[in-house]
Design a protein around this ligand. Structure first.
Ligand SMILES: O=C(O)CCC(=O)C(=O)O
Ligand SMILES: [Fe+2]
Length: 290
């Protein structure tokens, strides 16, 4: 329980909100922050009390918040992305799509571009840009071949050219994002399916290019459900691309940056990554299972 109120207090340290014109209306020899043997806060509060000026602490209004930078790692590409635990509120403001909470509005039907393929705004362009930059700064894209030493069996049946989240030290963060922001959307559209936290062993960013890997053949994912976030812009950053669900002969080609597709992984949603004919297409994929 958070109590909200306005409290009259004798001493405040670190944070003040003072109208400067008020300060000027007092005699500066009496209203001072320097007194012998006490620190500036003590001196300032002492002289305020001496002048019968009341001090208040209020949390009725949000004036902003302090950032905790103790764990801030400046050596990383996009250190802000790693702050999801330490600075949750600032993280959400920077990286969660402004329409995210609207997804839960009972009046609004979730978008469904193909049968049982749901489509949600979830992250900001700041997020998608940062994620691409994290991956490109790391730069060690997989070969896109079946042999994959990052996997337990050393083999990937339907390989993409990709970088896994754990390769950039961002897996814990990503799993927390899945639990906090993706899971409630899943529960919203696939009713009665409940796994908290969701488990996801495969979390990666895919890069398609005409001269590298330009497409992905039809396959099922090793997931109960898959999420697929568009990280850059169809028709501008690349041409072609998109995801086709063969059983429904239905494609999503007008993907929107920061929007996420969510679809069942096996059995019904046999799908393929459509050919990129120009530029580079980036997507973020997670195979959630269970
Ligand atoms: O290109 C797409 O949108 C589909 C990607 C995909 O199916 C996968 O990575 O498993
Ligand atoms: Fe897939």
């Amino acid at each position: 329980m958070i109590f909200r109120g306005l409290w009259n207090v004798p001493f405040i340290t670190n944070a003040y909100l003072v109208n400067a014109s008020l300060l000027r209306s007092y005699d500066s020899t009496k209203l001072t922050f320097s007194l012998p043997n006490v620190d500036a806060d003590m001196a300032f509060c002492y002289s305020l009390r001496d002048l019968d000026i009341f001090m208040y602490v209020s949390n009725r209004v949000d004036f902003g918040h302090l950032i905790n930078y103790e764990t801030y790692e400046v050596t990383r590409a996009e250190p802000d992305m790693y702050q999801i635990f330490e600075n949750e509120q600032a993280w959400e403001e920077a990286f969660i799509h402004p329409q995210y909470h609207e997804n839960f509005n009972p009046e609004a039907n979730p978008k469904q571009p193909c049968p049982d393929v749901y489509w949600f705004p979830i992250v900001t362009r700041k997020f998608t840009k940062a994620l691409i930059n994290m991956m490109e700064s790391f730069g060690k894209w997989s070969s896109g071949k079946n042999e994959d030493t990052r996997l337990e069996g050393g083999y990937e049946a339907v390989p993409t050219r990709d970088i896994h989240m754990n390769q950039v030290g961002w897996e814990r963060h990503w799993l927390y994002f899945l639990q906090k922001y993706v899971r409630p959307l899943q529960e919203h559209v696939f009713t009665g399916y409940y796994h908290n936290p969701p488990r996801s062993l495969m979390n990666f960013v895919v890069r398609y290019r005409p001269d590298e890997q330009p497409s992905l053949r039809p396959h099922h994912d090793s997931s109960t459900y898959t999420i697929n976030i568009a990280l850059n812009e169809a028709g501008k950053d690349y041409e072609g691309g998109g995801c086709r669900f063969l059983r429904y002969n239905c494609s999503v080609v007008d993907t929107q940056v920061g929007w996420m597709l969510m679809h069942p992984g096996r059995l019904t949603h046999f799908h393929e990554g459509l050919l990129v004919t120009k530029g580079t297409r980036y997507i973020m994929i997670a195979f959630v299972d269970p």
